[in-house]
Design a protein around this ligand. Structure first.
Ligand SMILES: [Zn+2]
Length: 224
């Protein structure tokens, strides 16, 4: 699904992966549950591109529904991979970067944990560690925004022109708008609120979350 020129959402994958198109190749933001590389590559083919056009894979955090397709997608594409240090350590261990608070667990989450032994991310060593404020050569300058709270090393990505924010799970959306990291899945609530404020102040026009619909005209719709 085209969001704006050169930015696409791969449909039908949990969590949402995004494709960024540049003259030198493609950047993929997050990789979905294990097996999602097939849908991601099929979508890339539909754009008239090939696996070898994927130059960069960026990870917001090491939850299974964001890094599940990573190892297979990297193998098929040869792309350079990026995450924060904390999340890279967890990705290398094939696990999440924090324990889930059991009090907020939903039935869906319980089902998910029952399935977990059958759905583990392969341990994977990312190529490059990202830090807050770093700018990557995608879409004219894609900025790394530290947004820990959902997990201890969560990062988001902001493209100032045209004002697109990729939030991972630090902000999620539904038909009612933009919300903070889901209770019960959040490592640190106070830090998660801080990450919401930080992102609300960026002046993003379009919010591309890990879960929920893309929000156009996002100004004034942030939860803070
Ligand atoms: Zn998550």
């Amino acid at each position: 699904m085209k969001i704006v020129d050169n930015i696409y959402l791969v449909p039908g994958v949990v969590a949402n992966p995004y494709i960024l198109v540049d003259p030198d190749g493609l950047t993929v933001v997050d990789t979905g549950l294990p097996g999602s590389q097939k849908k991601i590559l099929a979508y890339i083919t539909s754009l008239g591109k090939t696996a070898r056009d994927v130059k960069r894979i960026l990870l917001t955090h090491s939850d299974l529904d964001h890094v599940g397709g990573l190892a297979a997608l990297q193998k098929l594409t040869g792309a350079h991979t990026y995450a924060s240090q904390v999340e890279a350590n967890a990705i290398a261990a094939g696990r999440a970067s924090r324990q889930i608070n059991p009090s907020g667990i939903s039935l869906r989450r319980v089902m998910f944990s029952l399935l977990r032994p059958f759905m583990k991310a392969s341990p994977f060593q990312v190529d490059e560690i990202l830090v807050d404020g770093q700018v990557l050569p995608a879409l004219g300058g894609l900025r790394v925004i530290e947004t820990n709270g959902h997990t201890p090393g969560h990062i988001s990505f902001f493209v100032p022109v045209p004002g697109v924010l990729f939030t991972g799970d630090s902000l999620v959306t539904d038909q009612n708008g933009i919300h903070g990291s889901r209770p019960g899945l959040t490592w640190d609530d106070a830090r998660a609120r801080e990450a919401e404020r930080k992102q609300a102040a960026l002046g993003a026009r379009i919010v591309c979350p890990g879960h929920g619909p893309v929000i156009m005209d996002a100004a004034g719709k942030f939860p803070v």
